[in-house]
Design a binder for this molecule. Structure first.
Ligand SMILES: N[C@@H](CCC[C@H](N)C(=O)O)C(=O)O
Length: 269
């Protein structure tokens, strides 16, 4: 059967969006999700996004990483599907309910409240997630935050000097993180700006990570290194993140529809 899709991105973090409300999509398993996301033999994307009907929100958004694994949150994709929706959208995800409002060329999203308890990240055993007594070579004293998905955040002098292509997968797959983890390396440039690179769980180095920007901004605000709102500068561009302790995170930034197309479902078994 032919399946229609919309190719989108948020600051270069790219998505294939399948709308299961407009077509009868067969069940999607890990192998097929990875085959569609494959940049050599598939359509190619960092994450595959499936929109479904919801009893509790305007629609449900399901998120599959490049490796085919289903996860709970995707900040950049949330802005992208809000752009598609065209008006304020309440979005059900397995990481919680999100509320997104389109802006000129993008969207502003209430990403919900961050969680900090060790078993909410989750970690393998109890630990202070504000200042974790662990290190990997030059990366030390991280924090951990769950923003619908798990993030570990390291502050460094120069993000570009970190061999993230080597240390990222090592940390992502460390047994300390039973659900694996997204790895953020950040440089605080001033009280209003953070530079960030992310090794994404299940996707590797991406041009941008919305939940990574949220988690990093929250951790920097907790450590009193920056004020709120703060600009987070990723390789693909900038996001504005606002958060006060006890409240929810607001992420604002661009989203882009690249093109629309279709493919033969059975081509990706
Ligand atoms: N790029 C996304 C994050 C997608 C999921 C993440 N890799 C995970 O596995 O939790 C974003 O913009 O947040």
């Amino acid at each position: 059967m032919r399946v229609s899709f919309t190719k989108m991105h948020g600051l270069g973090n790219d998505f294939v969006v399948l709308d299961a409300r407009a077509q009868d999509l067969p069940a999607l398993d890990k192998a097929r999700a990875a085959a569609i996301a494959d940049r050599n033999t598939g359509i190619g994307c960092d994450q595959l996004i499936v929109l479904e009907p919801s009893d509790t929100a305007d629609f449900r958004m399901r998120i599959y990483n490049h490796d085919g694994g289903e996860v709970g949150a995707c900040g950049n994709a949330t802005r992208a599907v809000a752009l598609l929706h065209g008006s304020e959208a309440r979005i059900e995800t397995s990481g919680g309910l999100l509320v997104a409002s389109p802006t000129a060329g993008g969207a502003s999203v209430d990403m919900g409240e961050p969680r900090f308890d060790w078993d909410a990240i989750p970690l393998e055993y109890p630990m202070d997630t504000f200042s974790m007594p662990v290190s990997w070579e030059m990366l030390a004293d991280p924090g951990a935050v769950n923003v619908g998905n798990p993030h570990v955040i390291f502050f460094v002098e120069d993000t570009d000097a970190v061999p993230l292509d080597r240390l990222g997968p090592e940390i992502e797959n460390d047994s300390l993180f039973p659900e694996r983890v997204n790895v953020n390396v950040a440089t605080v440039e001033n009280r209003g700006r953070i530079r960030l690179r992310v090794w994404e769980r299940g996707a590797g180095l991406t041009r941008a990570c919305g939940t990574g920007a949220c988690a990093t901004a929250v951790h920097a605000i907790r450590r009193k290194l920056v004020d709120s709102p703060v600009t987070v500068a990723l390789p693909g561009g900038e996001l504005e993140i606002a958060w006060q302790p006890g409240g929810s995170i607001r992420m604002t930034g661009p989203a882009t529809e690249s093109f629309r197309g279709s493919f033969e479902w059975d081509d990706f078994a």
